[in-house]
Ligand binder design. Structure first.
Ligand code: AQP
Length: 329
């Protein structure tokens, strides 16, 4: 059976972008792939963090993922499994500075102030490659923003194999959803929806209640034109395109079909339908998350068990990588 690996940073409460770009397909893929899903807490300290907040966010993220239907036996937090950091260090020494310099996510996150960011943020993609390859995973369901990191992981795997004269690490394939692979910010359709955006109105989160969803969609930025009848009419209308994409993805329709239904009208009727659809899909997840969070100890014990399984599977792979590198055992 082929193996899937993917992760999410516990940097906040998972949002609609995380859900449509990644989590929803994780749930489906665990039926057909041997799957591991990880709360990548090592990654989440690459940006400034507060320890108590990190602990809370790790619990909430775990609860959201379980509420979405992830298998509790295969969910764990990254820092509890040492193979990630061990292989990550080896990959820091395999990956090239020139490769990392091309990573757009580092440029986006560091902005103009790159000298002041952590070295961890810079080598983030090396650790991400280690996360996946420590399991010999071949398929990685992620949003579109991770495409470049998957390519880098393949470059690292290839260079390791070449330098050690082996065929040890497999090539990996990103599984990127055809629609909503990049859900955009509700207040600015040119920015990706993100946990760390300062405006809570910019995202629908998986713990939102009916009233939150209603208000956020009411306030979501639009323009003054009616919705077009065809997808080409959405060109340069970033906010309108984003809302149509969200509706299409949540209702498993194509954007064309959605525009056939709503095209020619203003945003009022469409926003009402989008709000109803979001309430139908998100509120049950929020309710289950709240229920799970009233048993924190249970979540912690599930994560510990998941970490044991993840260690059992990744330890022989990473030990062999260490032996190939020449570490004395
Ligand atoms: N806006 C998005 N649209 C579609 N997919 C998205 N993903 C993230 N944002 C969107 C996908 O969700 C998975 C988990 O992402 P992550 O938490 O590891 O990191 P991120 O991509 O940096 O997400 P955020 O929300 O923007 O977090 P912060 O603000 O902390 O940086 C990934 O598969 C990602 O592609």
């Amino acid at each position: 059976m082929q193996r899937v690996f993917s992760g999410i940073q516990p940097t906040g409460i998972p949002h609609l972008g995380n859900y449509l770009g990644a989590i929803r397909s994780w749930v489906t893929l665990q039926e057909t792939y041997d799957s591991f899903y990880c709360l990548v807490d090592l990654h989440s300290i690459t940006m400034p963090w507060e320890p108590e907040k990190l602990r809370q966010q790790t619990l909430v993220t775990a609860a959201c993922l379980l509420a979405c239907g992830l298998n509790p036996d295969r969910l764990y937090n990254q820092s509890a499994v040492s193979t990630h950091a061990r292989l990550g260090w080896i990959f820091n020494c395999v990956s090239r500075l020139g490769w990392l310099n091309r990573m757009t996510q580092f440029k986006d996150k560091a902005g103009k102030n790159r000298e002041n960011h952590s070295a961890g943020l810079y080598v983030y993609p090396n650790l991400m490659a280690a996360d996946i390859l420590a399991f010999h995973a071949t398929h990685v369901p992620v949003g579109d923003d991770q495409r470049q990191h998957i390519e880098l992981a393949n470059d690292i795997a290839q260079k390791f194999n070449h330098d050690m004269g082996v065929e040890f690490f497999p090539q990996i394939q990103g599984l990127i959803p055809p629609h909503a692979a990049r859900v955009m910010n509700l207040r600015d359709g040119q920015k990706k929806m993100s946990k760390s955006d300062p405006s809570e109105q910019s995202r629908i989160i998986l713990t939102d209640k009916e009233d939150d969803i209603t208000l956020k969609i009411k306030r979501a930025k639009t323009d003054s034109e009616p919705l077009p009848g065809e997808v080409e009419g959405l060109k340069d209308r970033h906010e309108a395109r984003n809302l149509i994409t969200i509706y299409a993805s949540l209702s498993d329709k194509t954007p064309e079909a959605v525009l056939q239904e709503f095209g020619g009208n203003g945003f009022g009727q469409f926003k009402k339908a989008l709000t109803d659809l979001l309430i139908e899909k998100i509120v049950p997840i929020a309710q289950e998350t709240e229920r799970l969070l009233s048993h924190e100890d249970h979540i912690i014990s599930l994560l510990r068990k998941g970490a044991e399984t993840a260690s059992t599977v990744s330890e022989p792979i990473v030990s062999e990588a260490e032996r190939l590198v020449g570490f004395l055992r």
